[in-house]
Design a protein around this ligand. Sequence first.
Ligand SMILES: NC(=O)c1ccc[n+]([C@@H]2O[C@H](COP(=O)([O-])OP(=O)(O)OC[C@H]3O[C@@H](n4cnc5c(N)ncnc54)[C@H](O)[C@@H]3O)[C@@H](O)[C@H]2O)c1
Length: 291
Amino acid sequence: MKILVTGGAGYIGSVVVEQLIEAGESVIVFDNLSQGHRAAVHPGAGFVKGDLSDRAEIDRALNEHRPDAVMHFASRTLVGESMERPFLYLGGNTRSGLNLFESMVEHGVKRIILSSTANLFDQPERMPIDESERIIPGSPYGESKFILERMLHWLDRIHAVRFASLRYFNAAGATPTRGEDHDPEIHLIPLVLQVAFGKREKVTIFGEDYPTRDGTCVRDYIHVVDLAQAHILALRALDHGSRLYNLGNGEGFTVKEVIDTAREVTGREIRANVGPRRRSRGACCDQRQDS
Ligand SMILES: NC(=O)c1ccc[n+]([C@@H]2O[C@H](COP(=O)([O-])OP(=O)(O)OC[C@H]3O[C@@H](n4cnc5c(N)ncnc54)[C@H](O)[C@@H]3O)[C@@H](O)[C@H]2O)c1
């Protein structure tokens, strides 16, 4: 199969590209490098520097490469930023998705895997959160992913576009050659490791008065290689129809547990201080995710 991967120079996308190439697939990465890194793209993959906000750029890429399927990672990804600048998400993320989907339909590309998010579930009634849970997005970021899912629902019915939407909790981990490198970095595990490496003075814990076992936020983490495998399996399963999947590990860890584990593993002190709760995190943070 030939697969076009939007956002394939980013954290999760670059690991998925690596795994796709190792599985023998042919891959083209489409990325504007706003967050990603050219060096993170596997040398076996083709690369197009392009921006999804420009319809002509994605048209050109699909016309030239004629992929069998698309994996769509490219996105703004920050819950907090979306609470401050909602139009970047309600407008930007959805317009980019629409450009991609319209171009796919025009070029006869009928298979897509969408990176969605567990931020669709702001007020879950049951744990673990399964696919039957009521969707109440927790931010404009989550809402933008929900809008993309709904677009794909209609493209499935009208144009027979088969899709899988994967709603991930927090991605974590790396392969020996690829991992997480954002600027600015806001995800907990890389921040904690930056303190361990002496690149950052301390890490801030946002609130310790949550109703959790040690008062700090609980989050579910899924290893990025497991995520990559899930994408490959979801792509193969598209022949059986479109599907929605929630992807987590089923077990949450508190912020303090993550910091303590990093201290144990690295043998470093890792300074931490406690700050106020973050606005975008809402009243309760059980199973809440960053992006
Ligand atoms: N990291 C997580 O824990 C997590 C959790 C849930 C969902 N997700 C979703 O997974 C996807 C990948 O996340 P990530 O952490 O790897 O993010 P990332 O920022 O590392 O990667 C996104 C990539 O998309 C590119 N990009 C952004 N806007 C673009 C545009 N308009 N045109 C072309 N390229 C563009 C960036 O340069 C970057 O390489 C995102 O869609 C995100 O919403 C991530």
